[in-house]
Design a protein around this ligand. Structure first.
Ligand SMILES: [Zn+2]
Length: 307
């Protein structure tokens, strides 16, 4: 074989490897008729093609509720196809857990008049304001051409902070809760009464939680979650866990951020000094820590500056 032939076959092998990696769309049934597609624990890039968040669905006797739709229209279409293959029941609801693009760029395929799109009362504003910015970002990061077709959409059912939305999928009651500011200002969680499973993007497993709204608010939400009677938690990123196992690393990390930052403020340390002096050990072994930890310090520093 010539060098060129070797090179071509190696190239084909590589292409098929990456193609399998990005196009295999696996689902796992983590509890009775609750299916999760686990995204890669990475930032969006051209190899994972934006497939970085947990998305999936819950099947009742009458219909299906979808939770998040993925980071690109291609991912949303793959999910849509799997739902039809697995359940064959009509989809009645799509819940968008919050306004980060890895969770909702696959929504367009689900838009029709028999499907309600559910979001926090503060979600629509964020979708509208960030539409162009996120579309550009997703296209640049994933290089997935389907992103070019993505269109902004309207939430048809709003959930308010003081009032849970209850849905019956047919012998299956689902409660959707809108949370005060935590990861973002428009976080929703989905609770399945039958299996006592909570699907919440407020929880990150292994991947560093990125604080965008409020560390104190987020911590409060976690403390409230710890009081709930739950069998299982499906996080926005990472594997499913029992409640305490899911909450412990996050609370430990948030307390570490808050305690150290309060000390920095007491000693009048500047932000750049605070970043420099923050104890360097990644105690909870977070992934992508070097990327998200410095921005978390910045966020917490400004949040606690005037307390
Ligand atoms: Zn997010």
């Amino acid at each position: 074989m010539t060098f060129r032939k070797h090179f071509t076959s190696l190239l084909l092998l590589l292409i098929s490897f990456f193609a399998t990696k990005s196009f295999s769309f696996n689902l796992e049934e983590v509890a009775d008729k609750i299916y999760v597609h686990f995204g890669f624990q990475e930032d969006a890039n051209k190899i994972n093609k934006g497939d970085i968040s947990n998305i999936g669905f819950i099947v009742g006797d009458k219909s299906v509720l979808v939770i998040d739709t993925g980071g690109t229209p291609s991912i949303g279409e793959a999910l849509y196809k799997k739902i039809n293959d697995i359940s064959g029941l009509p989809i009645s609801y799509v819940v968008i857990t919050h306004s980060h693009p890895d969770h909702y760029f696959g929504t367009n395929v689900f838009i029709n008049e028999s499907i309600d799109i559910i979001g926090h009362s503060k979600l629509q504003r964020s979708l509208d304001a960030n539409f162009e910015f996120y579309k550009n970002l997703q296209l640049v990061n994933t290089r997935d051409q389907s992103v070019k077709e993505f269109k902004n959409f309207k939430i048809t059912k709003i959930v308010n902070i003081d009032k849970n939305l209850t849905i019956d999928l047919g012998n299956r009651i689902i409660e959707i809760k809108a949370w005060p500011s935590g990861h973002t200002d428009n976080d929703l969680s989905i609770f399945d009464k039958k299996t006592r499973t909570l699907w919440t993007e407020n929880i990150f497993i292994r991947r560093t939680p990125s604080i965008r709204a409020s560390v104190k608010g987020w911590k409060k939400n976690l403390e409230e979650t710890s009081k709930m009677d739950l069998n299982l938690i499906i996080p926005g990123h990472g594997p499913v866990k029992k409640k305490n196992e899911a909450l412990k690393p996050m609370l430990s990390y948030f307390n570490r951020l808050i305690d150290n930052t309060r000390k920095f403020h007491k000693n009048n340390l500047s932000l750049s000094k605070a970043i420099e002096k923050f104890p360097s050990e990644n105690i909870e072994s977070w992934l992508l820590y070097n990327i998200y930890h410095p921005s978390n310090i910045t966020k917490v520093y400004t949040e606690l500056e005037w307390e």
